[in-house]
Design a protein around this ligand. Structure first.
Ligand SMILES: *Cc1c(COP(=O)(O)O)cnc(C)c1O
Length: 621
């Protein structure tokens, strides 16, 4: 966050609390669908979906095919309902990715039926006047769909148009829906009509699914709702003071001189503007909180900057945090800000989420982040160029060192494209164990033994193990493909044999000879054996064990995966209490299994799962 111009913090614990609060309003047998359209109203569809599933969501609601595909690509397995009408040319992917379309026309249902087996939800228009079968024609159309052999009706639903303010019309819509349902011989698994406000203001007993959106994000559609349900907002949008300036009476601030300075004053420039989702209509109206003081926006919101009156702030400084939106102060809640320009909470939230980097919090701690201008890799939707950008930004985010990021990025591209015809080198069955023990000789350090094994094609009749004290020194070993193991030695430790050495190196069952060289800030250990010659080009099993020391004061240890790897198992053993593992995985699934037992914590994936380079685990103790 230190380096971000603006960012959002998404509090997943508050989100969970909101779900618990909303569950009090629907009957215990009912299930809920989490609405995650528009990137979960700007909160991040994937993270919200994961949390919602953890809290019992039986399905997810998205707006269109693309949003559904993205969640599938990210590894979400539960049913995903596409709420808006789909297009014919999308049918193939709907089937391929097991998405659930909503049906509003017989035409579309017929095309779907011809293309393959599919579950659907039927949308009935009971007064919303948008998509869906008109309620008067619903019965005959449902009957037609029942004749389509490939189609399974999983749900029937309708949508309220004015549930927050017009109870009478809401009741009329509900009655119309119930009447359609009463004629059916067979009820589908799910019957649903309520959005999140409907859950609170218009509870009913004849539906068994609710669709939670706005309220689950802790946003009230109006002030009355505040008396009925107790929610917590989950998004905070922040930036920092980038410059402090003084203005004299009658100076003007910003485009078109809409703000004329009434008295000599100090003001601050914040590096966010309407391109970051801070609405242009907040010009001369918006409020920002700096050091607990509410400050006014002065002048027009520019594309990338706003000016803020900081005369009330004591000792403002460049770098001070500015909260632009969130519930720490009533003045900057989404509801208050949008009321200043008669805007819509849904709109402000989704536009802010689009550009800012997101940090996810649980129990007050940052647990994950997603990058600026998120672009996800879609299997059927990339050019080399686009793929390049995606890989680069993903890696950059993970490694936070631009240099290494570039290097690895080039390496992947080379493997994927330039060396298309050659064999791709990768590792299988990657198993890495790190063990901390007390050391009598060096009580401030853990005696550390590591064991690494994996299978890979042997490239030469030797390979090397490298160790250095700085990332810069170690970096050259990332370029060399004859180095199979690299260790970053803590800076407090001398680069000597007694502090880092290999205890055993094997290829298959051959114990290799090794030779140590210490030079240029690095330890390099060459491992070789005459019998390796005949194994070059063959798939072999590498086993490398080392002994080293690790400072107790570090409190964290990182393990990186720097080659394409299939199947990973990394474990950390010690007598320490409270060890946590934070996996940072790039690959199809970013969430490996974490298993904890008394003295051991391990991170693993399926045997077949591909892991991209620059993945890794940080063990925190
Ligand atoms: C967006 C949407 C919802 C969620 O509505 P909220 O007011 O945000 O709770 C529910 N159902 C449908 C069909 C939607 O499109």
């Amino acid at each position: 966050m230190k380096n971000d111009r603006s960012w959002t913090e998404i509090d997943l614990t508050n989100f969970k609390d909101n779900l618990i609060e909303l569950k009090k309003f629907f009957h215990p047998q009912a299930d809920f669908m989490q609405i995650v359209k528009a990137d979960a109203y700007g909160h991040g569809a994937f993270q919200i979906a994961k949390k919602a599933i953890e809290c019992g969501a039986v399905s997810l609601g998205v707006a269109n095919l693309q949003e559904g595909l993205l969640l599938r690509y990210q590894g979400i397995k539960i049913p995903i309902v596409i709420l808006s009408p789909s297009l014919e040319n999308e049918i193939e992917q709907i089937l391929e990715y097991d998405l659930t379309p909503t049906i509003s026309t017989i035409d579309f249902a017929a095309k779907l039926n011809k293309s393959g087996k599919c579950k659907i939800h039927i949308n009935i228009d009971t007064g919303m006047g948008r998509s869906g079968f008109h309620y008067k024609e619903a019965f005959e159309n449902i009957n037609k769909i029942l004749n389509f052999k490939n189609i399974e009706i999983d749900g029937i639903f309708s949508h309220f148009s004015s549930v927050e303010e017009d109870i009478e019309f809401t009741k009329l819509q509900s009655d119309r829906f119930e009447e359609v349902l009463s004629k059916l011989y067979l009820k589908p698994k799910y019957i649903h009509i309520s959005n999140s406000s409907g859950v609170v203001t218009f509870p009913n007993k004849y539906t068994n699914l609710v669709r939670l959106g706005l309220l689950s994000y802790g946003i009230y559609p109006n002030t009355e709702m505040k008396n009925k349900v107790n929610l917590k907002s989950i998004m905070t949008f922040k930036s920092r003071i980038s410059q402090i300036k003084s203005a004299n009476k009658n100076d003007s601030i910003g485009y078109n001189r809409t703000f004329i300075v009434p008295e000599n004053m100090e003001y601050a420039i914040l590096p966010v503007g309407y391109a970051d989702g801070y609405d242009f209509l907040l010009s001369n109206k918006g409020k920002v909180v700096i050091n607990d003081q509410v400050c006014n926006i002065v002048g027009k919101v520019s594309m990338d900057m706003i000016a803020v009156d900081i005369s009330k702030v004591t000792k403002p400084e460049v770098g001070d945090e500015a909260i632009l939106l969130g519930d720490s102060n009533e003045n900057i809640s989404v509801e208050s800000l949008t009321s200043l320009y008669d805007g819509l909470s849904y709109e402000l939230l989704s536009q802010i989420g689009r550009r800012a980097k997101r940090y996810y919090k649980e129990n007050g701690k940052i647990i994950d982040s997603s990058p600026l201008l998120r672009r996800e890799f879609m299997p059927k939707d990339f050019s080399d160029n686009k793929l390049g950008n995606i890989i680069e930004s993903a890696i950059e985010q993970r490694l936070q060192s631009k240099e290494i990021a570039n290097l690895v990025h080039e390496d992947i591209l080379k493997r994927l494209f330039a060396e298309k015809d050659k064999d791709i080198q990768y590792r299988h069955n990657f198993k890495h164990t790190i063990k901390f023990e007390e050391s009598d000789e060096f009580p401030n350090y853990f005696l550390t033994s590591t064991n690494l094994s994996f299978s890979k094609k042997l490239q030469n009749d030797y390979f090397s193990v490298a160790c250095a004290k700085t990332e810069a020194d170690l970096e050259k070993y990332f370029l060399r493909n004859d180095v199979e193991y690299r260790w970053l030695l803590d800076n407090s430790i001398d680069l000597e044999e007694m502090f880092f050495n290999v205890t055993s190196v094997k290829v298959n069952d051959i114990e290799l000879y090794n030779e140590m060289k210490i030079a240029d800030g690095c330890i390099e250990i060459k491992c070789y054996h005459p019998d390796l010659k005949s194994l070059v080009g063959k798939e072999v099993k590498f086993s490398i064990s080392t002994k080293t020391y690790y400072p107790k004061s570090s409190h964290q240890l990182s393990v990186y995966i720097i080659e394409m790897t299939q199947g990973v198992d990394i474990s950390f053993e010690s007598d320490l209490k409270n060890v946590e593992a934070v996996p940072i995985f790039s690959g199809k699934s970013k969430f490996p299994k974490i298993l904890k037992s008394k003295n051991k914590i391990s991170i693993s994936t399926d045997k077949d799962e591909w892991i991209f380079p620059t993945s890794g685990v940080v063990f925190v103790y």
